[in-house]
Design a protein around this ligand. Structure first.
Ligand code: IFM
Length: 443
């Protein structure tokens, strides 16, 4: 075997974690009274998911959570970030709660605590109840109230045990992909719908923080944003201007109003018409941390036919890329972390980072995934270098613990440090799992 890389020493108390999302791992879609989410409806529509799959069974984590927590323990994790399925606990999105679903998350949280792993709960990782979508979903201003009630329900139930709360996971991704481009659920491609949805997500964030603080939850409260540098796909002036605007949309639409209290000047012509009196004050609430998810820089080109005139370009010829087409550029990660820490002045946690491959179980039962070891070593190394440059970064969560349902890409990209055989549900820790376990121990 080739020599394995070592990680630099990270500060004392640095947290090691893994992240997942309900719709990507839980399965049990029709069990115990769960209501449908927009991802059930989207995946049921022909041609929306590359391999024609759905999240109906996924990793069957709903039944196998104990086995998955045992893997976390073996990996040496301090914390685990999961999301709650809104339509599992509130099948209609509002109204009567589903006791069996609430029980499931009780058991999950208690099992984590029993194994001395901090439960970090994310309120929303993309799976809006279908019933609410039918009432306009994120484009309806009422969604802030629906989300506030949902947050209050979870706060009352789990506020005594959850160690950290995140309101949203990657609001930029689900609003852009779901409402501007239509590549993700609910499949809307309309700039106006995107702008309304994004602003309402900001309002829902503010309302949910008020609900959590009002319920006196014990844990810290933050939000998780996907922050990535936007680079022009060519040196042309049009592409440079497109990249600058894309950077504002991608990196500032949520974190700026939530943390700094307003949209940056360049976005005001877009969001201005949606902002009502009192909105900005209601959005900006005190936060305890900023979760940063990061995978790669993004390349942008100007395209008058695309939403907002902004289209995805490609990384430069010859740049190393993953199977997702994402450039491997750890220096860009370090720069992003330094920049976000300076701009928002909040402690940062890297709440997602990782890489997809197609590694399968070999004849000897092993899963050899050298790309992941190399990627993680470089990217965790970038975290260390950002810390050295003065950024406060309190932890690193790998995406993901187990291979799972990668949204519109189906099951082909495998992001886990644990392989899942989706026929048998057998879990096999990959070589990267053993490597990470050893490196966490060596700390
Ligand atoms: O799988 C997703 C996750 O749901 C959100 N962040 C990026 C991951 C990889 O695409």
């Amino acid at each position: 075997m080739t020599k394995q890389p070592h990680l630099p020493k990270l500060p004392k108390g640095f947290l090691w974690g893994a992240s997942t999302a309900a719709a990507q791992i839980e399965g049990a879609a029709a069990e115990d009274g769960r209501g449908a989410s927009i991802w059930d409806a989207f995946a049921a529509t022909q041609g929306k998911i590359k391999d024609g799959s759905t999240g109906a069974v996924a990793c069957d984590h709903y039944h196998r959570y104990k086995e998955d927590i045992a893997l976390m323990k073996r990996l040496g994790l301090d914390a685990y970030r999961f999301s709650v399925s809104w339509s599992r606990v509130l099948p209609d999105g509002v109204g009567t709660a589903n006791e069996k679903a609430l029980d499931f998350y009780d058991r999950l949280i208690d099992e984590l605590l029993d194994k001395k792993i901090e439960p970090w709960l994310c309120l929303y990782h993309w799976d809006l109840p279908q019933a609410l979508h039918e009432r306009g979903g994120w484009t309806n201003r009422d969604v802030a109230r629906w989300f506030e009630d949902y947050a209050a329900l979870l706060a009352r139930r789990y506020g005594d045990r959850v160690v950290r709360w995140a309101t949203f996971n990657e609001p930029g991704v689900f609003t852009t992909a779901g409402y501007a481009v239509g590549y993700h659920a609910p499949g809307v491609a309309d700039l106006g719908a995107y702008l309304a949805a994004a602003h309402n997500v900001n309002r829902a964030h503010g309302a949910s923080v008020v609900a959590l603080r009002g319920a006196d939850v014990k844990g810290q409260i933050g939000v998780v944003c996907n922050q990535q540098p936007a680079r022009p796909a060519s040196p042309s002036d049009d592409d440079k201007a497109a990249a600058a605007l894309y950077d504002l949309f991608w990196n500032r639409t949520f974190a700026d109003p939530m943390i700094l209290g307003g949209y940056p000047e360049g976005l005001q012509p877009f969001f201005g018409p949606f902002v009502q009196d009192g909105d900005l004050e209601a959005i900006r609430q005190r936060l305890d941390f900023l979760g940063v998810n990061h995978y790669s820089p993004t390349y942008v080109k100007s395209d008058p036919a695309a939403p907002g005139g902004l289209a995805q370009g490609k990384p430069p010829e010859g740049a190393p890329v993953t199977m997702m087409g994402w450039e491997i550029a750890p220096k860009a990660f370090a720069q992003t972390l330094i920049q976000e820490a300076a701009r928002y002045k909040l402690p940062i946690v890297v709440t997602e980072n990782g890489v997809a491959d197609r590694a399968e179980v070999g004849e000897g039962g092993e899963v050899d995934d050298p790309l992941r070891i190399d990627y993680l070593a470089k990217y965790i190394g970038a975290v260390a270098s950002a810390i050295e440059s003065g950024a406060r970064i309190d932890g690193y969560f790998v995406w993901s613990l187990i291979d799972n349902f990668e949204w519109a890409e189906g099951y082909e990209p495998r992001f886990g440090v644990v392989h899942v055989d989706f026929e048998t549900q057998k879990r096999t820790p990959k070589r990267s799992f053993e490597w990470l376990r050893t490196e966490i121990k060596r700390q």
